[in-house]
Design a protein around this ligand. Structure first.
Ligand code: NAP
Length: 293
């Protein structure tokens, strides 16, 4: 059986979201809402959005080849179980490789036409507060960026057309750590010049993934951050004033050991994507309204 063509399904596609978590499930929900047939893969596929078919699979287990459905497109958005190099390597290198091997072993007419690997702006390391974009050579300074870069390389070396989508810090409903810190008066501003933060709301991360699946010929590397990188302190102070919390204090130690860069979303915008939340202000305002309607 080969995957149905667009003509057979009236434009509907079969999409596998491998790692159907915070971002993946939101993308899956949007795709299912557009009438596509969507498979949400994870080890424990509970509470998947309506219309998303569960695929209970561990990407690191054996026998993967019999358990991956025939699909037209794949989004790889699985994340690491722990913040250490071994766990990172397991999912972002071994997991990606295992899934790609299964897909690559299929006859050409049964392979997906696109494989999007969700990566991270951590591949860039420090730029001393300067701009980085898709043309900036990655120079990861941590194992996080280094391992992601290996997953990217595996994706782009595959005969299956690959796209690497480098996300900044994801925030949105349910991810309230920063808001909680500011509310509790625990947020601290760096003391030694601005440290830039590069964020994207979950709905834009997912919306951009859906957009990248629709583009006929996307660039192989795309950054996923909103239109306005902002100094951390500006975000903290704005949030404090929104929630009526005390103004965050300066901590002179804070600027050390932090990678400092401004990531550009120009390529994503030029590809036709329109942000729902162009900056942290719109995104957090929506989030605050949901927290305290
Ligand atoms: N969070 C950020 O700020 C940020 C920033 C930059 C990039 N990213 C990247 O964005 C991607 C998505 O992040 P997220 O926050 O949406 O992740 P998430 O909510 O943690 O979801 C990841 C999903 O992967 C599944 N998973 C993990 N190991 C698996 C395995 N061995 N087999 C099958 N499924 C597995 C998990 O489900 P089960 O446990 O049920 O298997 C989980 O649902 C990740 O690649 C992450 O590194 C995140």
């Amino acid at each position: 059986m080969s995957p149905p063509t667009e003509g057979e399904t009236g434009g509907a596609r079969r999409v596998l979201v491998a790692g159907c978590g915070y971002v993946g499930c939101r993308a899956a929900e949007m795709l299912a809402g557009q009438g596509h047939r969507v498979f949400g893969l994870r080890r424990r596929p509970v509470d998947l959005p309506e219309g998303v078919e569960p695929v209970a699979v561990d990407l690191l287990a054996s026998g993967l080849e019999d358990r991956i459905p025939l699909v037209d497109q794949v989004v790889f958005a699985a994340s690491s179980d722990s913040p250490n190099e071994e766990a990172y390597r397991r999912i972002y290198v071994d997991g990606v490789d295992a899934l790609l091997r299964v897909l690559e072993a299929r006859p050409p007419d049964q392979r997906p036409s696109r494989f999007i690997f969700v990566s991270s702006t951590a591949v860039y390391g420090d730029a001393e507060g300067g701009w980085v974009d898709e043309d900036t050579p990655p120079r990861p300074e941590s194992f996080r960026g280094g391992v992601m870069l290996e997953g990217e390389a595996r994706t782009l070396a595959s005969p299956i057309p690959g796209v690497v989508f480098r996300l900044g810090g994801i925030y949105g409903p349910g991810r309230t750590r920063l808001v909680d810190q500011v509310r509790a008066g625990r947020a601290r501003c760096p003391g030694d010049g601005p440290i830039w933060s590069n964020r994207i709301h979950r709905d834009d991360a997912a919306g951009a993934l859906v957009h990248l699946l629709e583009l006929p010929d996307p660039d192989p590397v795309i950054l996923g951050i909103d239109q306005e990188p902002a100094p951390l302190c500006q975000v903290y102070r704005w949030l404090a004033s929104e929630v009526g919390a005390p103004e965050p204090q300066v901590d002179p130690e804070m600027s050390r050991d932090r990678s400092n860069k401004r990531c550009s979303s120009r390529r994503l915008q030029a590809s036709g994507y329109r942000f729902r939340y162009p900056s942290f202000r719109e995104g957090y305002r929506a989030m605050l309204q949901e927290m305290d309607p």
